[in-house]
Design a binder for this molecule. Sequence first.
Ligand SMILES: *Cc1c(COP(=O)(O)O)cnc(C)c1O
Length: 380
Amino acid sequence: MQFETLAIHDGQTPDPQTGSVTVPVYQTSTFEREDLEHRGEFFYSRIGNPTRKALESTLALLENGRFGLAFASGVAASLAALQVLKPGDHIVAGLDIYGGSYRTFEQLMRPWGVNTFYAASESTESYEACITAETKLIWLETPSNPLLQLTDIRAISRLAKERGILVAVDNTFSSPYFQRPLELGADIVVHSTTKYLGGHSDVIGGAVITSDLALHTKIKNYQGAAGAIPAPWDSWLILRGLKTLKIRMKEHEASALQLARFLEQHPAVEQVFYPGLLSHPQHELAKEQMSGFGGMLTFALKGGLPAVEKLIENIRLFVLADSLGGVESLIASPAKMTLGPLSEEERRRRKCTDNLVRLSIGLENADDLEADLLNALDKL
Ligand SMILES: *Cc1c(COP(=O)(O)O)cnc(C)c1O
């Protein structure tokens, strides 16, 4: 079955008791046992809940994996995936990653005894050079945030496998509609379902998907023991979002491509970062490992931070906010917002300059968005 059919039907059969076409919200903390010796599949909602289960199995199918687990947030999902490591192990991660993942590596994993080494996100050789005898996990985020650099998932997975190293991919930016890392050789996929999978800026959630039973069992045990599970209502909202993922992603992408091309032509713009552009240095890799280029784009303004501030002041349709992947277009300054807590030197290392603007392209009419951008850019 094709992607959009799985998103609507699998793991979501009509409720056996009532025939309800949508999976009910099982807003219950506990379930009656048969007797002291026997309990059903569900007995306590931290360990398992039918609404969450429907979400988890649909997430697994969409990533073409065997097992899905849902979490209370993307960072909770990432931390759960990292539990496959033990103190003394090393991680190699891309330098251009979600700021919260960097914080998890530095503020939670490092004191726990797991050190992370950072590779240039776009260079397979750089990842290889960071590997030590203790490296047990390579953590990829591709396309990266905020520079939309790509990492070759297939090449990294190949070299990792030869060395017995696991590969985890944060697939939040692409969504499984455009990129399925498990098919390219990765072992674990992580999502912030807050973004495209939920898709409506109304819920926080995360997910871990794998086809490896041993990894799944370890992460599932952690899920139950640590308890960062999504509520039934939140699970239901994400499940509802998944049903329209395909049509949303196609629309996000078409508009992002139009706006990327428009921005590339505007005299106030220094550079546009979008994998769908011919000018993107890894456009060929994008065509190989992704089936579409996504709805996120970043650009650099010639006028520096003052131009960024002025653009934000004059733009009307783009909401100044963190996050991404919703129906409404968002605008952000990576240097001031997501990577604001880092030192200037750390931002420089990441090539996160003050003149960057990141856009999450929503589902408004693309010509309206273009006119809004043109109006604000012409005032710089
Ligand atoms: C938002 C985000 C996260 C963290 O997810 P939360 O749901 O906010 O906890 C992780 N990775 C990426 C790429 C993200 O954009």
